[in-house]
Structures are given as structure tokens and as C-alpha cells.
Design a protein around this ligand. Structure first.
Ligand SMILES: Cc1cc2nc3c(=O)[nH]c(=O)nc-3n(C[C@H](O)[C@H](O)[C@H](O)COP(=O)(O)O)c2cc1C
Length: 198
């Protein structure tokens, strides 16, 4: 077992943790820093080199405009939604200064690379973007929520028929050190395959 010293090669990887969106403040990354982070996040395994993802930036006033669209849509989905619930929708994208929607670009006609593999690549981008944000000195978290699956909101965001939200990555300056949580015990998850098992 490697010692947990300052030379521990896992220390950077192991220090990653999510910062709740409500705890993410301005400033977020400037354009050049964001592009650098996206370059790092794009270094993902990609079967067939299809680049099955793209990025949509939701920042500034656009966050509030999207919040209004969410509130309007939430009222259609639930006409009994109260002012508190609608206000929550208005704020959903407004906590962090920057939200990057990582969009999975699927292609059911692609006979060689199944959509599930494209989705896995896009998911890897989300994770790599969390790491890149933290490496650049920011906090981040990966959220979905109902709006990631609502056809009308996907239309509002400009997604095509074969596109999905892999994740909304909220990025900003952490207001607090996020508490660590219990992590799975890898040994409890590890088993050996034996040829006589089945
Ligand atoms: C695909 C995906 C969607 C998620 N959506 C939400 C969400 O909508 N709300 C939420 O509280 N956490 C969501 N999470 C969990 C957080 O991103 C995060 O993993 C969790 O808060 C634990 O923090 P950690 O990353 O430090 O382990 C989602 C995670 C994944 C992988």
C-alpha cells in the first residue's frame, strides 16, 4: 500500500470532491481558463474517436433567463406548484457563476460504436471537467435534475434529437471547504473471477 505522504501520487486524484452549487460564488473561470479546462476535460477515452460530446455555456444573465424558462415549464408540469417551488427553479442555474452543460452526441445509425459507449465517453468528460475545475482552483459539482430529461427544456437548450444532457457542471469559487463523505470500500467491491464459477 502506498503511504499517504506529500509524494503520494494519488493525492490530487483523491482530493477531488464536489462543492454544492449553493456554495459556489463568483468569480468563475475567465474564457481562457475555461478553454484550458475544457481541453483537459476532453482528454477522455473515446472509442472510434467520434468525439461524442459538446459543451454549452450557461453564464451571466443567461442563467436567470434559463431559470425563468424552468419556472414556466415547472408550472406546466405541476399547475399546483407554489411560489417557493417556482423560485427554486429560477435559482437552479443561478448559484454558480458558470454552468457547463456537457451534451452527449449519440448516433443510433453508427453501427460500430453503440450509444452507451458514446454516453460513457460524455460521462467521462463530466468527471474530467470536475477534476480540471479543481486543478484550476475552482469548485464544481455535477448535477442533473428533472430539466436534464425534460423534452421542452432540451428544446430550449437547443439539443438535437440524438443529443442528451450528460451533466450540468456548476463551477465557481467555493465559499467553504466541502465536507468529505464516506467513500466505498474498494476491497468490498472487488472479487476474482474463477473459471469454474459458472
Ligand atoms: C449523472 C449524475 C447526476 C447527478 N445529479 C445530481 C443532482 O441532480 N443533485 C444532487 O444533489 N447530486 C447529483 N449528483 C451527485 C453529485 O454530483 C455528487 O457526486 C455528490 O454530491 C457526492 O459528492 P462527491 O462528488 O464529492 O462524491 C449527480 C451525480 C451524477 C454522476
Amino acid at each position: 500500500m502506498l503511504a499517504n505522504t506529500e509524494h503520494d501520487p494519488f493525492s490530487t486524484l483523491d482530493s477531488r470532491r464536489s462543492v454544492p452549487a449553493r456554495q459556489l460564488d463568483a468569480p468563475g473561470p475567465d474564457h481562457a481558463t475555461l478553454v484550458r479546462m475544457l481541453a483537459s476535460a476532453s482528454r477522455v477515452p473515446d472509442h472510434g474517436k467520434r468525439v461524442p460530446f459538446r459543451f454549452l455555456r450557461i453564464a451571466g444573465e443567461a442563467r436567470h433567463a434559463l431559470g425563468e424558462r424552468l419556472a414556466a415549464r415547472a408550472l406546466v408540469r405541476d399547475p399546483d406548484a407554489g411560489p417557493g417551488a417556482l423560485d427554486k427553479e429560477r435559482q437552479r442555474f443561478a448559484h454558480a457563476p458558470l454552468v457547463i452543460a456537457v451534451i452527449a452526441v449519440l448516433d443510433p445509425a453508427d453501427a460500430k460504436i453503440p450509444d452507451v459507449e458514446r454516453l460513457l465517453t460524455a460521462g467521462s468528460v463530466c468527471f474530467a471537467l470536475l477534476q480540471a475545475a479543481q486543478a484550476a482552483g475552482f469548485g464544481a459539482c455535477w448535477l442533473s435534475g428533472w430539466s436534464a430529461y425534460d423534452a421542452e427544456i432540451l428544446r430550449v437548450l437547443g439539443l438535437g434529437a440524438d443529443e442528451r444532457i450528460a451533466g450540468f457542471i456548476h463551477i465557481g469559487t467555493p465559499r467553504m471547504t466541502a465536507p468529505e463523505r464516506d467513500r466505498p470500500d474498494p476491497e468490498a467491491l472487488l472479487s476474482d473471477w474463477h473459471p469454474d464459477a459458472a
